[in-house]
Design a protein around this ligand. Structure first.
Ligand SMILES: [Zn+2]
Length: 143
């Protein structure tokens, strides 16, 4: 079931909804991969579940396992591509209600190291050409 106002559900029909915050990369097992437009944390991505479900508890154990496999696949690709000191994970969605995970690479002595990453500080928004290069680096390490 698609939500007509949801950026993830309407990726093909209304690309303007997601292009403000992300760059679509590809499909994973049960998710879609986006590079986050705001790159204060180099390599930051979003993994969004294929269906419009709000909560991780709305998934069956099998669906949840596949979703977390997708998150882990992207995380290992971020580690391999950019060598962060830690990847932080954020499942927010107070208003969006479409299950997705922010994967936020953190670098020692870098922006927000040791603290909580902001939802979208808009300090370092990148153009699509730059995001495509980041996406290509991540894609070479996906399993
Ligand atoms: Zn949705």
């Amino acid at each position: 079931m698609k939500d007509q106002n949801c950026a993830y559900c309407m990726r093909e029909e209304k690309p303007e909804l997601y292009q403000g915050f992300g760059y679509y990369v590809q499909e994973l097992k049960v998710s879609s991969l986006y590079v986050f437009r705001e790159q204060s944390h180099l390599g930051r991505c979003i993994v969004a579940y294929k269906d419009h479900v709000s909560e991780i508890v709305d998934l069956t154990p099998e669906e949840r396992a596949l979703f977390l496999e997708d998150v882990a696949n992207v995380a290992q690709a971020i580690h391999a591509a950019f060598n962060p000191d830690k990847v932080n994970y954020g499942f927010y969605g107070d208003t969006g209600k479409h299950l997705h995970c922010h994967l936020c690479p953190k670098y020692k002595d870098g922006f927000e190291w040791g603290g909580v990453f902001q939802m979208n500080p808009h300090i370092d928004d990148k153009d699509n050409a730059t995001l495509m290069k980041i996406a290509e680096k991540i894609k070479t390490h996906l399993k």
